[in-house]
Structures are given as structure tokens and as C-alpha cells.
Write a protein that binds this ligand. Structure first.
Ligand code: NDP
Length: 295
């Protein structure tokens, strides 16, 4: 079974992006800038954003982190986004979710200039993606990373049946719409499953390409997978493990050990989809810079 190594591909991609940032700098004298806003003290979110900002600097981009207290008003957050929308040194704006309950996430997403929405969550970007206008939109980073993995591992997709489990706006829905596009690296017949799907194993067993984004540890077992299928595991779940120093370990939505005896190719957790998400955020920021500068 082939391991689809997201860690390795993301490192290759970061090296390519670093070279592109250098050539952008040589041409324009400027570098791409990403600003990340975090509201509140959630430790997991803080670790994510610090990692994003650090990786951004590693490849030569400018990254700024705006840390706002949990009691920040929605009005102040919107005003901050408005200022970033008008700042020519900022090419990408990312507001880390989840936000505190008194702030409406959709209102915040709508406030971001779609041309700087490197998370690909603004309805204009999602709408363009659905319409296949991929050159003018930002593709949500996790689905974009999965497309990159499928391409770099030359996984055949045309005419294949792709089954996606999960219909979130950030993963499942954009993923389904990408796999549906009439493109070399897509062009699939697509089925989307969710919590109300009857007989989930029946659907997953039809998949030539199975993409799982649910958030339930090891939901997909070997009997749910067609022999020879390509399996992409987006899930990121913490489970108790007394043998681990920390007392826990991360697993995906797929039972890796069991399914690896059935699948032809698979992403591991960790080291599969996760590292690609950050790499694609940087790729989107570079893309934004290139569009703003007519490159
Ligand atoms: P959401 O909670 O937003 O969506 C989960 C989806 O799974 C929903 O559509 C839900 O259905 C569906 N679902 C829940 N239970 C079942 C079930 N028993 N059978 C079938 N479908 C089910 O999650 P996200 O999409 O944001 O994330 C999914 C997972 O991916 C999480 O573990 C998350 O941590 C991980 N993730 C990883 C990323 C990475 O970079 N590696 C990035 C983003 C997410 P319904 O719509 O009916 O509620």
C-alpha cells in the first residue's frame, strides 16, 4: 500500500514557495504579507496560529499576528478587518475560528475582502469554486491540499467514483465541488455522505476515492472500504493512550492499520492532510500577492 506522505509533499511545496517569494521580491521589491487574527485564549487555536505565522516567515513572507482578548466586540473586530482590507502590504487575512459566541462567524467572513480571503471561505470564493472559476478564486486550504496530494501522487481521478463523508463548508462541500470539476485532476462522479446518510458503509464501499472529514476517531473500518480504493483521511482526533508520554495520541477518522490492508493508497494521521493545509495557506497568500501585483 502506498502512503501518501503529506509531510514530504508539504516540505517540497514550501521550498518551491520560498523560491517563488524570492523571485517576486526580485521583480517587485516587495514580499507577500499574511495577517492572522485570533480572538481569545483557546490554547489549540493559539498553537495553530503561531505555527502558521512561523511557517510564513520561514519561506520569506511577512506575517503578523493580531491577538485580541476574548471580550473583543464584533464591531472592533470588523473595524480591524476593514483596516487590513485597505492595507496594501496585507495580501492575506485569516480570522482563526472558532470565535467567541458573541461574534457571528459568517458576518466576519463576509467582512473580509474576497481578494484577500486566503482561507477561501467568503461566499464569492466558494461561489466561484462551484462555478469552476478556479483561476479567480481562493480554494479552501484543506481541500486544495488534498487536490495537490492527488496530483503529485498522480492518482487517476477521471470517471472515478469519489465518496466524501462530511459536508462542512470548510472541507466537505468545497472538496465535493472540486472533485466534480471538469479538470484533469478531478472529473469524478461524486457522492456526499453526512450524519443523516442511511447505510454509510454501502456508500463508502462504492468509492474508488474515499475522502473522510467527520471528526470521529476511526469511524471508517476495513469492511467499509472497497479493495484498491484511495483513502484520504482529514480527521484529526485526540484519543487517550496511556503508553504515550502525553497520555494521548492523534488519530484520523479512518482505522489506519485495518484499512491499510484493503486500500491501495492512503494518507496517515498525523503527516497526511494536516501539513498540506498550512502549505496551501501560504500558496494562497502568494497567489494573492501575484494577483495584486499583476504577476
Ligand atoms: P464538522 O464538524 O464541521 O463537519 C463534520 C461532518 O461530518 C458533518 O457534515 C457531519 O454531518 C458529518 N458527520 C458527523 N457524524 C457522522 C457520521 N457518524 N457519519 C457520517 N457523517 C457524519 O467538521 P470539519 O469538516 O470542520 O472537520 C472534520 C474533521 O477534519 C475534524 O476531525 C477536524 O479536526 C478535521 N480537520 C482537519 C484539517 C486538517 O488540516 N487536517 C482541517 C479541517 C478539519 P452533518 O452535516 O449532518 O452534521
Amino acid at each position: 500500500m502506498l502512503i501518501i506522505d503529506g509531510k514530504k509533499v508539504s516540505l517540497d511545496l514550501k521550498n518551491e514557495l520560498k523560491a517563488s517569494v524570492e523571485s517576486c521580491k526580485a521583480i517587485t521589491g516587495k514580499v507577500p504579507g499574511l495577517t492572522i487574527i485570533i480572538v481569545g485564549q483557546d490554547p489549540a487555536s493559539q498553537a495553530y496560529v503561531r505555527n502558521k505565522a512561523k511557517t510564513c516567515k520561514e519561506i520569506g513572507m511577512i506575517s503578523s499576528l493580531i491577538e485580541m482578548p476574548a471580550e473583543t466586540t464584533q464591531e472592533l473586530l470588523l473595524q480591524t478587518i476593514h483596516e487590513l482590507n485597505n492595507d496594501p502590504a496585507v495580501h492575506g487575512i485569516l480570522v482563526q475560528q472558532p470565535l467567541p459566541e458573541h461574534i457571528d462567524e459568517f458576518t466576519v467572513t463576509l467582512a473580509i475582502n474576497p481578494s484577500k480571503d486566503v482561507d477561501g471561505l467568503h461566499p464569492e470564493n466558494l461561489g466561484r469554486l462551484v462555478m469552476g472559476d478556479l483561476d479567480k478564486c481562493f480554494i479552501s486550504c484543506t481541500p486544495y491540499g488534498i487536490m495537490e496530494l492527488l496530483q503529485r501522487y498522480t492518482i487517476e481521478t477521471k470517471g472515478k467514483h469519489c465518496v466524501i463523508v462530511g459536508r462542512s463548508n470548510i472541507v466537505g462541500k468545497p472538496m465535493a465541488n472540486l472533485m466534480l470539476q471538469k479538470l484533469g485532476s478531478a472529473n469524478c462522479t461524486v457522492t456526499i455522505c453526512h450524519s443523516a446518510t442511511n447505510n454509510l458503509p454501502f456508500h463508502t464501499r462504492q468509492a474508488d476515492i474515499l475522502i473522510v472529514a467527520v471528526g470521529k476517531a476511526q469511524l471508517i473500518t476495513a469492511d467499509m472500504v472497497k479493495p484498491g480504493a484511495v483513502v484520504i483521511d482529514v480527521g484529526n482526533n485526540r484519543i487517550e493512550d496511556p503508553a504515550a508520554k502525553s497520555g494521548y495520541r492523534m488519530v484520523g477518522d479512518v482505522d489506519f492499520d485495518a484499512v491499510s490492508s484493503v486500500a491501495s493508497a492512503m494518507t496517515p494521521v498525523p503527516g497526511g492532510v494536516g501539513p498540506m493545509t498550512i502549505a496551501m495557506l501560504l500558496k494562497n497568500t502568494l497567489l494573492s500577492f501575484q494577483r495584486f501585483n499583476g504577476l
